[in-house]
Design a protein around this ligand. Sequence first.
Ligand SMILES: Nc1ncnc2c1ncn2[C@@H]1O[C@H](COP(=O)(O)OP(=O)(O)OP(=O)(O)O)[C@@H](O)[C@H]1O
Length: 309
Amino acid sequence: MRPIIDIDHLSKRYDSGTVALNDVSLQISEGEILALLGPNGAGKTTMISIICGLVVPSGGTVRVGGHDIRRDWRAARKLIGLVPQEIALEPFEKVIDCVRFTRGLYGAPPDEAYIEKLLRSLALWDKRDARTRELSGGMKRRVLIAKALSHRPKVLFLDEPTAGVDVTLRREMWQVVQELRNDGVTIILTTHYLEEAEDMADRIGVINRGELLLVKPKDELMGEFGKKHLTIALDVPLATLPAELAARGLTLSADGREMGYDYDTRAERTGIARLLADLAERDIAVRDVSTKQSSLEEIFMSLLEEETA
Ligand SMILES: Nc1ncnc2c1ncn2[C@@H]1O[C@H](COP(=O)(O)OP(=O)(O)OP(=O)(O)O)[C@@H](O)[C@H]1O
């Protein structure tokens, strides 16, 4: 399938000399949710701004739905909606009017039925005649999404959609994003919340210092870089760890009540069955076992560390 977004050797050097993007290539398929992760200043907003036609690239090309964003910008722009990081709304304007107005800016003819459907889907229909300044922070963000979707784009960019939003609202936003995806909208979001990427994205791209370090399906990323930690709670505390067990990578907690074991989820044999059998042979009674998968946060930190090492 042809990608809806095709980024080819994209670079950006600002006039100040900062290289915000360095030779980034990336293809995004229709209908996927891609999360871009990266520390402050990594180049995420620059990338989105170039695709949306707000920043001129220094090199490389971007196609949206097959249209070159520079040569064929009108056609490309029609396919794109952008929810910016900062909330900027006209305070005295009514919700429905600002959505209608944005649709007009894109040159789309009025379509009241669509606007109603959109506002209903974002739980804003009851607030349609409210002035935007009367809305809560979460509602304002939903108005930004409604504006970005007012011309029925195929691709939606969400630049840190839940920055500064509380947990309940954040989950509400995730719900909205899932529903949009079910409607076939391709979504690219940037986030600092790894939990957000972990919960929502199909694929995760990691950007650092203008370079795209990797892009992988989330499950693959978690599986590939993820380590699991096994905790074995003991019935009777152990004074010391038998040398043979220590040699196999087992550790003992200071109080002797728990053993720990890190293993690689990729390994064909994790050795856990053998380990438990060994403990039984040594009459070490096990009270409980639990495992913990390393989080995306840990994976992300180790990737950045690897890069700076
Ligand atoms: N208009 C500009 N002029 C000069 N330098 C800029 C400009 N915009 C961004 N930069 C620089 O480019 C680099 C990338 O910035 P960018 O905003 O793309 O990062 P980001 O990953 O979106 O960061 P954040 O997570 O903080 O939003 C940074 O070093 C930033 O200071």
